[in-house]
Design a protein around this ligand. Sequence first.
Ligand code: SF4
Length: 440
Amino acid sequence: MKTFAVYLGTCSAYDPTGIAGLIRRALEVIPLSRPMTGRIVVKPNLVMAHPKIATESFTRKEVIEGILRTVAEKGAAVECVQLVEKSGLGVTTASMFRWAGYNTLAREYGVRLWAMEENPRVRVVLENGRIHRHVSVARPMAERDFLIFAPKLKTNVLTQGFSGALKLNVGTIDSRERLHHHDRDLPVKIVDLLGAADPDLIVTDGIRFAFGGNQMTQGGTDLGVVIVANDAVAHDMVAARLLNLDPLRIDHIREAVDRGYGPARPEQIRILGDYPVERAQAVTSRLDFGYMPVEKFPCNFRIRSGTPYCTGGCQGIFLDWLHMIRDRKPGVLGRFPRIPVLIGKVTDRVEAKRILLVGDCAAASPDLRAGRIVRIPGCPPTHKRIILSMMLRFFLIAPLVRPSLIWDGFVLYPVKWLKGRLVNLKFRPSRWFPIPDSGE
Ligand code: SF4
């Protein structure tokens, strides 16, 4: 039977030597289900990294370097190491690697950076999938012998304020599949993806904790912890406690437990290390994570939430956009027009000169009386579409609208995407991979 162990190590600086030492000490007391050998994949959180406006919300390169040093100690038993990622918001993963400083690491340690959208992908079958029966993942992910997740300890309003190891799985699939059922079913989807990528080791960057606001543009504070764990669910249960959250009230953790992943109860986890849970709790108890009903967000919009309420879909994504404005351009909030914004299907009559409808369900609201109706379609609409629509229709310019990101998202990304399509022509029809078992 598996022993669930989570090591909390004190680490107050982004020092790769100190981080490598911490991981080494953790691995002396944490039992792994399989040896750290062969083809190793490291999956960081690089949803977005940008030197000006996304500075806190990604896994810092020093933590990755600590991992790479630990792996290097295995010597010839390690065949190769690949860092695999698919960033969010329709920007290129290659630029995120560069802005996060991973290119230097790749050169120094001889590892390959694998941007999923422009490289070979394979389809894997999810035998226990409820939403996804199969998904496309990066080829190294399917061919791996050992998988290391390197999440950022952060908040995310799309997943009830908490983002840890399980949520990292959304970044293992491509954009089209990522949006499929990215709605109220997001917890089910996240757990489905464990069938493709259940990490053997988790090393989390909690040296600075990214909190509140938008999952990309949020700020951060010192927390001084690196978490090392041998199970994603156990990791998330302990990480949630650090944030003063009840892990079993976070839907995707609950879903994982109900489906037999990880420990059934927090008491089954051995918590090790020199960092007291209470130290993190004392810091995080003072912080606002920004997770709230979208209609409660203070702004000029008269937001009405109909049905369904999709924390992982329209309501959550629009709340995330509102936070993005508040995080980095709070002055824009004062320019919001005083108009009704409907999210989800609203059944009673709504009358106004202008109405904004966010998502396909809002467009099904039956009794709208307005001179002009502005629609942002999608189930859910992407961040990119919301940013673009709000800019073009209301002249509300989000902080991510910058020349570097416009070039990246609207010029480079289509080129990379096309390259990925061409590269995958020869892989797509025939490559179906079994996924390594859990090794238990
Ligand atoms: S359109 Fe929006 S509110 Fe409706 S199901 Fe999709 S994500 Fe949920």
